[in-house]
Ligand binder design. Structure first.
Ligand SMILES: [Ca+2]
Ligand SMILES: [Ca+2]
Length: 180
């Protein structure tokens, strides 16, 4: 316990940790390569990196190959990395086996498979509409009354700053009222 407290304090003054870097294949739900698009990685609801898809691959294993570089903080250590793929104007959730947790300096192959349409930002209950139900769910997440899934957190963090709070709730209200 004492060790944990000490290391948490040390983290505040240390330089930011090394990013993680991923590369691999991207296939559609049928297992066919995705020809082009973007892979995005999210940490705790916050977009933490992106890489282009080229003929079924993003990045590569070689030292000079580009990678999907995912930057995090000491607090992100061990948190799940959520992948999404944008292709043909659609945003998909992407699954990988086994799931990836963020570790500073980690370089690994992560093969992705498109697995259904990703929730829109603001659609916190993922029913295709943004309305009062999403406002209520976002309020409950912000107040810590419900434990959000990674996807809830992604959808509720509308301003993409890594926190779900009153700023996101106000934005969801405005989207629901058609003001945004
Ligand atoms: Ca909804
Ligand atoms: Ca936010």
């Amino acid at each position: 316990m004492l060790f944990l407290v000490t290391s948490a304090r040390a983290a505040e003054t240390e330089p930011p940790p090394l990013p993680a870097a991923y590369y691999g294949t991207v296939v559609d739900p049928m297992g066919l390569p995705v020809s082009s698009g973007m892979v995005e990685a999210y940490l705790w609801g916050r977009k933490a990196g992106e890489a282009a898809v080229d003929r079924g691959n993003y990045g590569g294993p070689g030292g000079l190959d580009p990678k999907l570089v995912v930057s995090g903080t000491a607090a992100d250590q061990g948190r799940p990395v959520v992948f999404q793929v944008i292709t043909d104007g659609r945003r998909w959730r992407a699954s990988c086996e086994p799931p990836v947790t963020w570790i500073a300096g980690d370089v690994r192959r992560v093969d992705l498979r498109l697995a259904g349409v990703a929730p829109r930002k603001g659609d916190v209950n993922n029913d295709g509409q943004i309305n009062v139900l999403d406002v209520v769910r976002a309020v409950n997440i912000a107040l810590g009354r419900i434990r959000p899934t990674d996807e809830d957190r992604y959808a509720a963090d509308v301003n993409d700053d890594g926190n779900v709070n009153v700023l996101d709730v106000v934005r969801i209200v405005n989207i629901a009222l058609g003001r945004l």
